[in-house]
Design a protein around this ligand. Sequence first.
Ligand code: GAR
Length: 203
Amino acid sequence: MPKLRVGVLASGRGSNLQAIIDNIESRKLDAEVGVVICDKHTAFALERAKNHNILGVFVNPKEFSGKEEYEKAVVECLKENRVELVVLAGYMRIVREPLLEAFPNRIMNIHPALLPSFPGAHGQRDAVDYGVRFSGCTVHFVDGGMDTGPIIVQAVVPVMQGDDEDTLAARILKEEHKIYSQAIQLYVEGRLTVEGRRVRISS
Ligand code: GAR
């Protein structure tokens, strides 16, 4: 059977990409990474792709007249590489119509908080500042909003006395590295159905 081809979009260090690659290599995840696309040429995710003989592409947003045009080029690259599922892994951009229309219910994101709490770019810091006792991470399908799409899986971690943004982020990141691959594997197995806001997981 051909493996599900995943396209990873990343902007930075790419530890979630690395976890996905590692889980594929250790056969916990039955997929292949068809391409890694970055919007920053300095993104370490590109190095990680290279280290595993995966195609890494820098699509430079500055080369396009606007955000939609940039995203159309990203879609083209995903299609050229026969991607079936798009995985956002530390991709610090709002997804727009071109991508949403090309991959309906086929884009996942990971967020470092228990959505719908603390969406946005500082999920861990916002959780510490608010004083919650538990936080965690969420894998969800992407819709037109900021971290608003239907939730697939979540993991919970405690917030300790004395935690700061960095210590909480490290605790959450360990869980991110597990649940992203779990969510992708559920997709691979055809076990996810989106019903309005809710995602049904069949057994
Ligand atoms: C991860 O913690 C991810 O959840 C977060 O960025 C980090 C990327 O790390 N994403 C967001 O905050 C999206 N709103 P990585 O590049 O090492 O995977």
